[in-house]
Structures are given as structure tokens and as C-alpha cells.
Design a protein around this ligand. Sequence first.
Ligand code: ATP
Ligand code: MG
Length: 506
Amino acid sequence: MRNDVHAAFREVGKRFGAVEVLRDVTFEIARGEVHALIGENGAGKSTLMKMLAGYHEPTTGHVEVDGQPVTLRSSRDAEALGVVLIHQEFNLAEDLTVAQNVFLGHEPGRGLVDDAEMVRRTREALALVDVRLDPRTRVRDLSVPQKQLVEIAKALSRRARLLVMDEPTASLTLSETRTLLDLIRRLRGEGVTVLYVSHKLEEVKAVADRVTVLRDGRLVTTRAAQDLSPHEMANLMVGRELTDMFPGKAEPGSEVALSVRDLDVPGFAGGVNFDVRRGEVLGFAGLVGAGRTEAFEGLLGLRRRSVGRVERDGRPVRIRSAGDAARHGVVYLSEDRKGKGLLVDMPLRPNLTLMTLERYARPLLDPRAEQRALERAAKEYGVRTGRLDVPASALSGGNQQKLVLGRILEVDPRVVILDEPTRGVDVGAKRDIYHLVHRLAAGGRAVVVISSEMPELLGLCHRILVMREGRVVGELSGDGLTEQDVIRLATGLTREEGASHVHTHH
Ligand SMILES: Nc1ncnc2c1ncn2[C@@H]1O[C@H](COP(=O)(O)OP(=O)(O)OP(=O)(O)O)[C@@H](O)[C@H]1O
Ligand SMILES: [Mg+2]
């Protein structure tokens, strides 16, 4: 039995300064299993994974690999034992190419780097995760899901025997997720062990052999995945029965809050027209690459675009920057919180109040008012952290998301555009965000939700526009809001007869 244990945590504890993050965690990862680690935002999952992969050392207890207690002082130490971590927040060098990133610190042919060889081997690694991408592309030019897949390809090219994956599917859509889960199963078939964090419990159920649950830095239980339903997993994570994920949909108003005509974002989206009414939650569905994010980045002036007409509450407005948009009551939550949302090296306070500095700067910057706003927002949006005077980088992934959400709502917007609002957010906090969206709409705001999570779109939205290859290809509402219809439109599969509730846009 002992031989079957690939790695183990033995009474592991971790402190950051005065903050105790993990306490007395003991569990084993069997060789060749897919072991899922679940828990709320801030429960300590990433911290635990980083200890196994050499990024942090335990404060108490120890980590074992292949039956031996190990001291891992760097990721190199861990890699030497075949343990490779795929980070939750990307760890790629934006200015380097994909190939350079894959081989960073491991360039083939010591001394002289053979570019052709690097490109060839990168192409092989990318083929493992089913991405077709020129290895010479700069990482900064990749989409978020492409970056995620490059991270995975990079880890695989290092011949990992124990692959540690921190929310690998957080930014992937359904089909990419399926590809990745198939890949995980294939790797398991080849004897690779996978330790895996995800907030997508359906996915955990589908791929994991065993599940370990953490709550507030302590171990709750380790169980066979087949003995737990996703709902039971959620309850174990939060320590109470979770009901009522989606509040009912309130009746939308009749006034159009935001109207957009003839939005073109060259290379990404064209001819985009839509209206969203007060009190309405309008969804945008589509596969990765359908142009949803780019269309809204264009609308906000974050990308080159042309637009026929934009009206806020019936009045034409010009939006050429996020600042313009905020002045007109339109805010946008970016899907890419690290690249475009958060100032990771800055404290939480400026991160929250960045958009509303004027309010706190009258007549002089008032740090106390700012601090009160931070305390209120932390409470309102459930930002969980030991202390509030830390840089944003010290927040767990899901808590960073809540902070950026708090920031855009600080300006008291009329139109709220949320791009993947629950990415990386735990199931309890997801429920909180859904209820927040409901409150925003019920309070007369217009809400646009761009999401790759089908249950989220179906549960929240009054109406869904589906985009494919840069165009809005259909609109679904009322009884027509079904997963099959969204997928059919998003993938462009032939339309079934009798689907009369589907209106095709021209
Ligand atoms: N370098 C650090 N300094 C101080 N506190 C930290 C540091 N890294 C993590 N923490 C704290 O440790 C706790 C656990 O964080 P961790 O990132 O492990 O959570 P998580 O379970 O991965 O959450 P999520 O699901 O949101 O990713 C959090 O309260 C976080 O703020
Ligand atoms: Mg984490």
C-alpha cells in the first residue's frame, strides 16, 4: 500500500507572517490517480499545491514524494522529482514567444539555443493539448484560454509524473474543457498522477478518482469521487446546505439603457447590434474566439474599433476609454483580471478606488474615507483575507475577482458589463455574485453577462445573444433559453426543424 502513495502531506501547516493559512493537513495522493482538491476561495488550495511544487516551504509538518520526506526549495527541486505545477494565475513572460516560454530555463542544446528545435518541440507540446498555434507568437498576443493551454503544454513538455493543476479549466469553454479532461484521463492511463484544483464540481465529479475537501485551511475529508454528488461537494466546502443558487428573474423594464449599432472590431467582430433594457440581464454566449470579449473591449475603446451609434438612456454618447464609459455610467469587468483588471503589486485600497479617485480626492485624498470604502466593499463582496493592508497579489484568486467586481460597482453604474464574472470563484461566492446581479437588475440597472458557463447564462439572463466567428448569429429568450439551442447556435450546427423560438439575426 505504502508503495502506491505517490505524494503525501503530513500534518502540514503554513503561516504568512501572523496569518495562519493552513493547519495540520494530512492526506495522500495515490500513484496514477486523479485527485481533486476543492474548497472555498482562500481555503488554502493554491498554497498547498505550491508547497508540493517547491514554491513555498511548510511552516510545520512536511511533504513526502515517493515515500520520502522532501525539502523543496524551488520549483527546480520539485521538477527534479517529476512534480510540475501549472499556476492558477498565468506565469508566462508576455514579451517572449510561446516557444521561448515553453523552454524558459530549459533551453535545449546548452549554450546555443537551437531555435528550430525549440519551435519543433513546442509544436509537439501544443499538439498534446490540441492547440494549433505558431510557436513564434508572442504570449501577449494570445487570448486568455490560449495562455492557459500554453501553460499546460509547457508543463507536459517537462515530463511531469505528478502534474499539479490549479484551476486549469477556469478560462476554458466546454469543448476545450472536454479536450483537457480527455487529456487528463489519457495521462492517467500512462501512469501520470494528477492533483487538481477546480471550482467546477461537475467536472471534478467527471474526472477525479478521489476528492479532498479543505475548509478554512483545515482538512475536512478525503473521499472517493463516486460517493459524492457535486451538490454534496459544495456543502462540504462551505460547511452548510447551499440552496437557491439563482434568485428568480425580476421583470425587466421597458426603457433601453444601452443601445449599440454597427460595432466593428477589425479582425474580431463585425456588425454587432444590441439593446439592453433597464432591469434586464442580457447574456452573450459563444465559443472562445467568437469575439465577445473583443467586441466589448472595442465598445469601451480598449481596442481599435468603429461604431455607428451608442446611446445611453436614449442619448448619444461617445466612449473612447474606460474612463469615458464610467462617466456615462457604463462599467466593464474584464475577463483578464491579472492583465487588465488588478494592479497586483498595489495594496487593496487603490485597487478598489481607482475608478472613483475624484470622490475620495475632494478636496484632498481622504485615506480614511478610502479605508472605510474598502472595509465596506470587503464585507459586501465577501473579500476574504486575513488583513486588508496587503498587496492584491496576496489575495486568493477568487478574492481578487471579488475585489475587481467591487471596484467597478464603486462608481454606481447604470450599465454593468461583466465578462466571466465568476471565473475562479467558489460555489458559495458564485451564489453571492448571482444574487448581486439580480439586485443590480432589480434596482433598474442594465446588466450584460458574457460567460462560458452555460448554467450561469441560463440561470441569470432574460435574453441571450449568441456569437459565432465575430457575428451575432441568434437570440434566445423565454422558453427558448436552452443549453442545446445555445450550443447549436454557437457551434453553427444545422438548425433543427420547429425551433420556432430561435430568431436568426441577419
Ligand atoms: N504570499 C502571501 N502572503 C500573505 N497571505 C497569503 C499569501 N499567499 C496566500 N495568502 C493567503 O492565504 C490564504 C489561502 O490562499 P490560497 O491562494 O491558498 O487560497 P485558495 O484556496 O487557492 O483560494 P482560491 O479558490 O480563491 O484560489 C488566503 O487568505 C490568502 O490571502
Ligand atoms: Mg487558488
